[in-house]
Design a protein around this ligand. Structure first.
Ligand code: HEC
Length: 209
């Protein structure tokens, strides 16, 4: 009696599993097969570039709302962000000129500009130049550059110029001004008559005209 019972049980389990396995064949599954803990893994969403009937224009990706500005991107101050006043390059530094600003400028200059322009900004004996750079970087001591408004240096760093690439990605706006101010320091220091250096120092260093 017991035996027939267990045989029946076995037979029904087998039958059930065959039915289960075969039952769904041929059906089109829209949902992923078995997902015990859905965990919001599968949701209805629109892929990029996919269309959508929800909007009148049929576009799934929505255009930006006019006038939207990302946080921190409201760059209204032209002097600070573009180095311009109206359509003229600014002659005035838009940040406060302090010793710390110049120190920061010197540090950043030595990282980003010195390899090509050299320690004193003449471009002579700069590491990259001595290794055979094809285009000689312009000397900051050129009369044209000494007369340039400070905004020019900000713009050169921001946009690059001719063969020099832009450094806008590497150098944030305030650091660009610090560097521009430091370039001015190099210009002033580099264009003084040698007599302004005490003769003892000149002799010790072996500096002459
Ligand atoms: C990879 C080398 C390189 C680096 C780094 C570099 N420059 Fe230059 N720079 C040049 C070259 C080359 C020129 C000349 C471009 C030309 O005449 O085509 C130049 C030109 C300039 C000029 C002259 C612009 C003019 O009006 O003629 C200025 C100013 C200047 N660079 C500033 C900077 C500052 C500031 C930095 C650092 C943020 C910097 N450069 C970093 C290569 C470099």
């Amino acid at each position: 009696m017991r035996r027939t019972h267990s045989l029946l049980l076995l037979a029904s389990v087998l039958l059930a599993s065959v039915l289960l396995a075969a039952g769904c064949r041929g059906d089109l599954a829209i949902e992923p097969p078995i997902h015990l803990n859905p965990n919001m893994d599968n949701q209805k969403y629109i892929e990029s570039q996919e269309g959508s009937k929800f909007w009148k224009d049929g576009r799934g990706m929505r255009p930006q709302v006019k006038g939207t500005i990302a946080i921190g991107e409201l760059r209204e101050n032209d002097r600070l962000y573009r180095g311009m006043v109206g359509n003229q390059l600014t002659k005035k530094l838009p940040v406060k000129l302090t010793e710390n600003l110049l120190k920061r400028g010197k540090e950043r200059y030595n990282i980003y500009c010195r390899p090509c322009h050299g320690r004193t900004g003449t471009g002579k004996n700069a590491p990259v130049v001595t290794k055979g750079i094809v285009i000689q970087p312009t000397s900051y001591l050129e009369t044209r550059l000494r007369k340039m408004p400070i905004g020019h240096f900000f713009q050169v760093i921001t946009k690059g110029i001719r063969n020099m690439p832009s450094y806008a990605v590497q150098i944030p706006v305030h650091d660009r001004w610090a560097i521009a101010a430091y370039v001015r320091v190099l210009q002033i220091a580099g264009s003084q008559p040698i007599e302004r250096i005490p003769s003892a120092v000149r002799q010790r260093k072996g500096w002459s005209k």
